[in-house]
Each structure stands twice: as C-alpha cells, then as structure tokens.
Design a protein around this ligand. Structure first.
Ligand SMILES: Cc1cc2nc3c(=O)[nH]c(=O)nc-3n(C[C@H](O)[C@H](O)[C@H](O)COP(=O)(O)O)c2cc1C
Length: 376
C-alpha cells in the first residue's frame, strides 16, 4: 500500500509523540539523546557552552537527555580533565545549570555515571597518581595483568561513589540517573568473562559476574527516592572487542538481567550499533526488545537511528528498508521497546527531533564527522 508523505509524517508524529514512563518520571515523547563523551568541560566543569548544547536539543523536541558519561567521585574513574565530573562543588554547580536549562526548555535529563576501570592509562588526568583498576587488572584483549585487581575495599569505595553521585543528581534537580554498564568500561569489565577472572563472589558464572553491578544498583536505589528513575545501560559489544558477547542465548541474558531488576533497575538502555539487528536466532527482536520481553521493564533502543540512507525513504514514497523510520515505528508500535536514543544524528542537527516529529525529513542532513569537533 502506498502511503503519502503526509500520512507517513502523521504516523511518525503519533507514535513518537506519546509520553513514556520510567518509574516516577514522565518523558514527554519517545526520543532520547544517547550519551556522548564530548570533552568540552575543562577541569571537569560543564560550562555555559555545555548548558546551551543540551538545552538547545531539549528545546527542539528531545524528550529525555542522557548526558555524556560523567566520572563518579573515585580517583581512578577517568582519564581526561575535559570530561565532566559528577562530584565537586564547581562541577555539580555546572551540572545544576544544565538540568535547570533543560527543564526550562521542556525536557528531562539524567546524568550517565561512569567509571572507566582498566581503560584508564595510569598517569592520565585528572588524578595522575591513581592506578587503573578492574576486576582482575586486565585490559580488554590482554592476558597480562597491568592494573590493580580491585580489593573488597576498592569495590566498596566505587559502589559508594556511584551512590553519592546518584544522591547528588537528585539533590541538584536531575530526573534520574543512568549507570554506565556498557562498552567494556568498569561495570562491564565485571560482567564480561574476558576481563573478569575473579574467583571470589564477584567472579565465575554470569550471576556472580553481575554481583558488582547489582550492588551498585542496590546502593543507588537505597540512596535516592523510591520514584527516582534508575536506568542501566549495557551492551554485548566492547570497545576494542566489537564481537564480544555477554549472552549467547535469551536464557543467558535473563541470568544477567534478573539480578539487576531485583536490585532496582527501572529501565534498561540496551546499546547496539544498529537497532534493526536481531539479537538471537529465530526472532527479529533486537537487544532492547529481548530486554523488555525478559524483564518487563522500560527499554531504550539505540544504534544508527537516522544514519542509514533508508531512514526517510517512506516519506518519499519509496517503501521501508531495514534502517528506515518505518521499521523503527513498527517496532515502537508493537511495544518491542519504549524509547529510541539518537546519538550522532543529534550531533549533526540539534533540531533533529523537532524535524522528525513534524515530518520535515527533507531538512535532515547526512552525518558528517565534523560534527564531532564542535559543541554547537
Ligand atoms: C562521540 C561519541 C561519544 C560517545 N560517548 C559515549 C558515552 O559517554 N557513553 C556511552 O554509553 N556511549 C557513548 N557513545 C555511544 C552512543 O551513546 C551511541 O550508543 C552510539 O553512538 C550509537 O548511536 P548512534 O548510531 O545514534 O550514534 C558515544 C558515541 C559517540 C559517537
């Protein structure tokens, strides 16, 4: 059946403009901004340019902003003095301005709380003397121990740092938090057998490897109000190991997700590189789809939304390819997942959401890597 551009635009608006719920939070529509490290915060302090970078996107229709990864208050958490920190008076004062401006623009916002673990090179900023730490002191793809295998005291300190950051987020007016458990950083280093060789209670089978993440979630949950949303981002793929997998089957995935649900996760952000890829054989559900099916929790999908040349084709009467908006809308309509996070397309065009919500597809420009270099 041929659909006119006007009919297609109206369908997109209807499906994407519905509010979504994450615990006590109502997100005004289904479009989220994916967390993207930008390194535009000298001294770890988000300045006025960061305030306007986020509020511009909220004003132009992004319902939920997940900030770039921001370091929790642990000396080994990061490696750049230009990545914003989520601890310290000046840093939090900067973040409070970001949250206020996003709210004034009609959006909602959560910080992505981050510890990079063994990705850190010792000697890097902002705390050059701190060691790189991880479950077993191993970097992805290496068998030689080059960092510090975390002691129970280290584990407790890091869990405390996540809980303190979450408490700060609620205190300064954010709408929830996202815990960065993806892409081979610290929390994921515990989840993945490739970097977790521990023989204590934090290593072994998938449930034991999930213990650290679940304890972070539980500590965060205990620190914030019951209705304050706690989102957990995870991925199969790792930085420098794109074929890595936490789970080969839905049963294995369920083993990882269940303790996180029990600990108090309200929503999962399932990070994939292409949202249309089926996660397991025998079903076209993607990773977010499986996550929602297995946990019943709010699920956020992500991965190349708006980047495929197919994206707006339905709106030119050319039918629907895999990376098309039609495919995305079909999945949303089936409640496969609840929200759609958009990364690079929103760097390219701060008004991307507004244009999609109002069917102005002809105004969308293809992604150009030059967009990574500015904070416009
Ligand atoms: C410049 C850049 C920085 C990123 N930084 C983060 C980050 O801090 N935390 C995170 O979880 N993902 C990060 N990502 C991954 C994105 O959140 C997103 O999952 C990925 O870009 C795929 O979405 P897209 O195809 O819409 O860009 C980053 C991606 C880009 C392009």
């Amino acid at each position: 059946m041929t659909v006119t551009p006007a009919e297609a635009a109206s369908r997109a608006a209807q499906i994407l403009a519905r509010p979504a719920t994450i615990n006590g939070l109502t997100v005004p529509n289904r479009i989220a901004m994916a967390p993207m490290t930008r390194m535009f915060s000298p001294g770890g302090i988000p300045g006025e340019d960061v305030v306007s970078y986020y509020s511009r996107r909220a004003a132009a229709g992004v319902g939920l902003i997940v900030t770039e990864g921001t370091y929790v208050g642990h000396a080994s958490a990061g490696q750049s003095d230009r990545v914003p920190r989520f601890h310290g008076e000046e840093q939090l004062a900067g973040w409070a301005k970001v949250a206020d401006a996003v709210h004034a623009a009609g959006g909602t916002i959560v910080p992505q709380l981050w510890h990079i673990g063994m990705v850190r090179k010792q000697g890097d900023q902002p705390f050059p003397d701190a060691p790189a730490v991880g479950p077993s002191g191993l970097r992805i793809g290496e068998d030689e121990v080059t960092g510090k295998a975390m002691t129970q005291a280290d584990v407790d300190d890091v869990i405390g740092a996540f809980a303190e950051a979450a408490a700060a987020a609620e205190r300064i007016g954010f709408d929830g938090v996202e815990i960065h458990g993806a892409h081979g950083y610290l929390v994921d280093q515990f989840l993945w057998a490739g970097t977790n060789r521990r023989t204590d209670a934090y290593g072994g089978d998938p449930v034991a490897r999930t213990k650290f993440a679940a304890e972070i979630v539980a500590a965060v949950r205990e620190t914030v109000s019951p209705e304050f949303p706690v989102i957990f981002r995870y991925s199969q793929w790792k930085q420098d190991a794109y074929d890595a997998r936490l789970a080969e089957t839905p049963e294995e995935l369920e083993a990882v997700l269940t303790p996180l649900v029990t600990a108090g996760v309200d929503a999962f952000h399932a990070s994939t590189r292409r949202y249309w890829h089926p996660e397991f054989d025998g079903s076209d559900l993607n990773l977010a789809g499986w996550t929602k099916k297995l946990t019943g929790k709010t699920a956020i999908t992500v991965g190349s939304v708006g980047l495929d040349g197919e994206f707006g084709k339905a709106f030119q009467g050319e039918g629907a390819g895999l990376g098309s908006l039609d495919n995305l809308l079909d999945r949303l309509e089936r409640d496969e997942f609840d929200l759609v996070a958009v990364g690079r397309a929103l760097l390219q065009d701060p008004a991307w959401a507004e244009k999609v919500l109002s069917g102005r597809f002809e105004e969308l420009a293809p992604f150009d890597a030059a967009a990574l270099k500015t904070l416009s």
